[in-house]
Design a protein around this ligand. Structure first.
Ligand code: DX5
Ligand code: ZN
Length: 218
């Protein structure tokens, strides 16, 4: 079944534990945590301290997206804080295979992602070792941005790269995922879907947001 990974970037941080529990009881599969350093991306968000708080709030896997320079310096801290999946940007990792293996040696699943302007070919060296490949469907930095439709062929291209390699890794999409865009991503080959606004800002609440996304996967 498809993975729904609510991104807490749009959560109410005064009630983070409750909101994560609401995601869990509504059938979310993972919790997505967006780590931003104000250097690789313009925004600054959260670090291992919040991951550790999320770890205490839920038994769901924590899907941690590292939008930071020199991610290798912080892998151990995020693993110790309770991350389940650590996803790094290929733009920040000159030795991507070594970084993915280091993540796995820390006991986490290893993900690799790329910005919208980075071609799928940049992922090729990472494909054999990756447990997850994330295709960004917005420019990373903020929730609530519009889906970049031009990324759909890249999702299909990554699907082919994974299939050719015989790698059953998750193919995740992140950014602008809504009831209007989720099924196009699934059709292009995605199996895991991150959403912030469509879940946390849904007019009828978190559970309704998750339900609507599932229903849109036809
Ligand atoms: C963007 C983050 C996303 C973001 C998605 O830089 O990586 O995870 O929270 O937000 P929505 O679903 O609102 O586009
Ligand atoms: Zn993200």
């Amino acid at each position: 079944m498809e993975i729904i990974s609510p991104s807490i970037l749009s959560a109410d941080f005064t009630r983070l534990g409750e909101q994560i529990a609401e995601c869990e009881s509504a059938g979310a599969d993972w919790i997505h945590v967006d780590v931003m350093d104000g250097a690789f991306v313009p925004n600054i968000t959260m670090g291992p301290f919040i991951v550790e708080a999320c770890r205490r709030a839920t038994g769901l896997p924590l899907d941690v997206h590292l939008m930071i320079e020199h991610p290798e310096k912080y892998l151990e801290a995020f693993a110790k804080a309770g991350a389940s999946i650590l996803t790094v940007h290929v733009e920040t990792c000159p030795e991507i295979t070594a970084t993915l293996k280091e993540i796995q040696a820390l006991g986490c699943k290893a993900g690799v992602t790329l910005n919208p302007e980075t071609p799928a070919e940049a992922l090729e060296p990472a494909i054999p070792a990756a447990d997850l490949v994330l295709v960004m469907t917005v420019h990373p930095g903020y929730s609530g941005q519009s889906f970049i439709r031009e990324q759909l062929p890249k999702v299909a291209q990554v699907r082919r790269l994974l299939d050719q390699a015989g790698n059953p890794a998750w193919l995740e999409v992140d950014g602008g995922i809504s009831t209007g865009t989720i099924d196009q991503c699934r059709k292009a080959g995605a199996t895991a879907f991150v959403a912030a606004k469509a879940i946390f800002n849904h007019s009828e609440g978190i559970a309704a947001g998750i339900r609507a996304l599932r229903n849109a996967l036809c």
